[in-house]
Design a protein around this ligand. Sequence first.
Ligand SMILES: [Zn+2]
Length: 119
Amino acid sequence: MNQLSQQDIDTARILLEEEKKKLVSRVIELTAQDPFSDPDRLNDNAASDMEASEESNHDRFQAILDELKEKLGLLDGALLRIGNGTYGVCTSCGKPIEQNRLKILPTAVLCSLCEQKKK
Ligand SMILES: [Zn+2]
């Protein structure tokens, strides 16, 4: 069923693990920069204007973090599928995902046909 060669899968795994490492260090970096990660800030009611702008900063942080975590989830999912041998198989129709598509989007879970149907 799966048309990917072992070498293709190995290449994908290395790529996904590299990407995961980058994302994890980015998440750690961002979390460290978030002013709200310092618990003392929460008790500081001095300047409400400041807090409002910090809050929108926090929302932005949170949005970026959420996006990174979502990507991490996709990477983990792809690595899991490599582990159990279902990597490169469309989760919707069960057919192999086009190799060109996987090269562009290694975390793809749908073949391009199913992806189009989704829209
Ligand atoms: Zn499909």
